[in-house]
Design a protein around this ligand. Structure first.
Ligand code: GTP
Ligand code: MG
Length: 192
């Protein structure tokens, strides 16, 4: 798929703020600072359509982007960052639960994990939730440029086994080198 247009549509905290259910949607979820916004920018070949930040917890609403008038990408706020105000944290779960449960056009959730970290129970429980609701998902291991190739494969195997995933459910990625981009695009095109 050649990306010819990518535009920000809207931010929403609850269902009434979502755009109409017209296009298939792919959501990007993961802990604060894991690289969600950077992954979206890489996929759509933009430097900064989606705001990235070195201070975690910057994205605090569901942000909708329309790609080629064909598909929507949804940038989720990150979870698990201690410095996010309590009020914002309390909003996160109902906001995400609601979206995952009721969004009819949701086709795929891309769950991002930092390749250098051991996944936590919050990551594992999100995956069990996807399975419970039969939501297709792909685990993307971000910042793969920060470790060696061989360490990447070893980490991929460890995380895959810990999260009880199939081979095709997990991929290594780097926003710096573009590693894994084609594989992720392929999966997105499949679900469209
Ligand atoms: P929140 O919106 O706060 O939840 O963060 P996010 O998950 O959207 O992360 P974001 O894309 O803003 O990236 C956080 C930081 O990690 C930024 O400084 C990015 O430049 C950096 N980063 C993201 N992906 C990569 C990557 O693949 N490699 C390297 N080296 N740095 C990355
Ligand atoms: Mg972000």
């Amino acid at each position: 798929m050649k990306i010819t247009s990518a535009e920000f549509i809207t931010s929403a905290l609850k269902r009434s703020g979502y755009p109409e259910e017209l296009l298939p949607e792919v959501a990007f979820a993961g802990r604060s600072n894991v690289g969600k916004s950077s992954l979206i920018n890489t996929l759509i070949n933009r430097k900064n359509l989606v705001r990235t930040s070195s201070s975690p917890g910057r994205t605090q609403t569901l942000n909708f982007f329309r790609i080629n008038n064909q598909i929507n990408f949804v940038d989720f706020p990150g979870y698990g960052f201690a410095k996010v105000p309590i009020k914002v944290k309390a909003q996160w779960k109902p906001m995400v639960d609601d979206y995952l449960q009721y969004r009819k056009t949701l086709k795929l959730v891309v769950l991002l994990l930092d390749i250098r970290r051991a996944p936590g129970s919050d990551d594992a429980s999100l995956i069990r939730w996807f399975e419970t609701f039969a939501i297709p998902f792909l685990v993307v291991l971000t910042k793969s440029d920060k470790i060696s190739k061989s360490k990447c494969s070893a980490q991929q195997k460890t995380i895959k086994e810990f999260l009880l995933l199939q081979d095709e459910e997990i991929v290594c990625f780097s926003a710096t080198t573009g590693m894994g981009k084609q594989e992720i695009m392929k999966r997105i095109i499949q679900v469209m």
